[in-house]
Design a protein around this ligand. Structure first.
Ligand code: PMP
Length: 453
């Protein structure tokens, strides 16, 4: 039988079986709690993603603080998943917890601004750039609203995305390439609309295909992560972003950069770090320290075009906004996060830790001769079970080995390290200690020793 990323399939299966049994044996309380309390939830979990972990049953979390999670059975895990970026600055950062306590008695939702809202506007400009901002509750919503604006001001209907992308459950962007054609992503539940009417997919780093697609003249916006992080991580070729900016402008499409994950690049995200010039910018997940909030901004030029558009539209619902968005609790948490948690010092610590993690994992890969490699974008590190860097989503999909990765994740968890379930990404928060990083490197090393013995 052929090897899977250098590993015999039988060895993967044996590891997975052993780790599942070990996990279950160590968690009688989690298992009992789920057996007695999970029956009201569809498939036993309140949100189906909670079943996407490789364990035989989910961890039941007793508490999470700093960069650790403790389960009901008393196992304390080093958390490198960090809520898949929602807790990128650590769980319950002290300034955020304090702000939440303070706001808790002063009103939770009002549909009106307060003083924190005014402060947050200025902080968003300071951190992410001189855009005109709006608040949403999830990055999914922020992307949907940004797309509406792009379609409104350009009078065009399509969004161009890179195959293998993920921008949240944004209906109109759920497409990918198959045999050179844009097709709906497989797996969508209850899909009715023909997504190829609203979206076109091209490969990341393929400027020829990008220009070809833009030439059609029906693309309202390119919606892109500066680095693809939702397949395996795919870095932009040198010059790719400059060309993307130029082509979008040449063909009259707006450029929306989704920095929901790539905020790990540093203060102001990849955009600021690399001097990119999007027309619109989306940030979400961690910007309020773990309280649901997202922000989307547009340049003054796009704002002016939107105001002109408003003159032409009939009265009625805009299709943007949700009732609890921009509530005072979000602003309390946003203000505390932006002012006191998301600081240059925090990013310096994250970057330093992540560089150590990257080096340690790469050393382990080399020592065991694994045909794998390691990439890093600021505080975000990923091991990829493929020998060379990936250039686009199709290559990334081919480099994804679910059974192998699930076994590795399960083995890491049993060695005290939690990493995100959907990919092989690890985040280093400002409160992740060197000891935690050393433990993850040692656990990874031990798992490789088993796989490549
Ligand atoms: N954009 C990107 C780049 C993401 O990775 C995600 C979620 N993984 C989203 C948007 C959507 O975020 P949310 O699920 O919080 O809406």
């Amino acid at each position: 039988t052929p090897l899977i990323a250098g590993v015999p399939p039988a060895r993967i299966a044996a590891l997975a079986e052993w780790e599942a049994a070990t996990y279950a044996a160590a968690r009688p309380k989690c298992r009992a709690a789920l057996a007695s309390g999970a029956g009201a939830w569809l498939d036993g979990v309140p949100m189906h993603w909670m079943r996407d972990w490789p364990q035989p049953f989910p961890l039941v979390v007793a508490r999470a603080s700093g960069a650790q999670i403790e389960d009901l059975d008393g196992h304390v895990l080093d958390d490198f998943c960090l809520g898949d970026t929602g807790a990128m600055f650590g769980h319950s950062p002290a300034p955020v917890a304090k702000a939440i306590r303070r706001q808790a008695r002063r009103g939770l939702t009002t549909m009106l601004p307060g003083m924190d809202a005014l402060a947050v506007g200025a902080l968003l400009q300071e951190r992410f750039g001189p855009m005109l901002w709006q608040i949403a509750t999830t990055a999914t919503d922020a992307n949907r609203f940004a797309l509406r604006v792009a379609r409104a001001v350009t009078g065009r209907r399509k969004v161009l995305v890179f195959s293998g992308c993920y921008h949240g459950t944004v209906d109109e962007a759920m497409v990918q390439l198959a045999g050179g054609q844009t097709v709906p992503r497989p797996g969508l539940v209850g899909q009715a609309a023909d997504l190829t009417q609203t979206a076109v997919a091209v490969e990341f780093n393929d400027l020829t295909a990008l220009e070809e697609a833009l030439k059609a003249g029906d693309v309202a916006a390119v919606l892109a992560e500066p680095v693809m992080t939702n397949a395996c991580m795919v870095l932009p070729d040198p010059g790719f972003h400059q060309a993307l900016r130029r082509l979008a402008s040449d063909y009259g499409a707006l450029l929306i950069l989704d920095e929901t994950h790539t905020q790990s690049s540093g203060l102001g995200g990849y955009t600021r770090r690399h001097g990119l010039q999007p027309d619109m910018l989306v940030v979400g997940k961690c910007i309020a320290g773990g309280i649901p909030a997202a922000a989307w901004g547009m340049t003054a030029e796009v704002a002016a075009r939107l105001h002109s558009y408003h003159q032409t539209r009939p009265a009625g619902h805009s299709g943007m906004g949700t009732t609890l968005s921009a509530n005072p609790m979000q602003f309390a948490a946003l203000r505390a996060t932006l002012a006191e948690v998301m600081t240059p010092k925090a990013f310096a610590r994250m970057e330093e830790g992540a560089a150590k993690l990257e080096a340690g994992l790469a050393r382990a890969v080399a020592r065991h001769g694994a045909p794998w490699h390691v990439v890093r974008v600021g505080a975000r590190v990923e091991f990829i079970c493929h020998p060379v860097p990936l250039r686009n989503g199709t290559e990334a999909a081919a480099a994804h080995h679910p059974a192998l990765e699930a076994a590795v994740h399960a083995a890491l968890l049993n060695r005290g390290c939690l990493i995100a379930p959907f990919h092989n990404m690890m985040l280093v928060s400002p409160v992740t200690s060197s000891k935690q990083i050393a433990r993850l490197i040692a656990a990874f090393e031990a798992v490789l020793a088993e796989l490549f013995a």
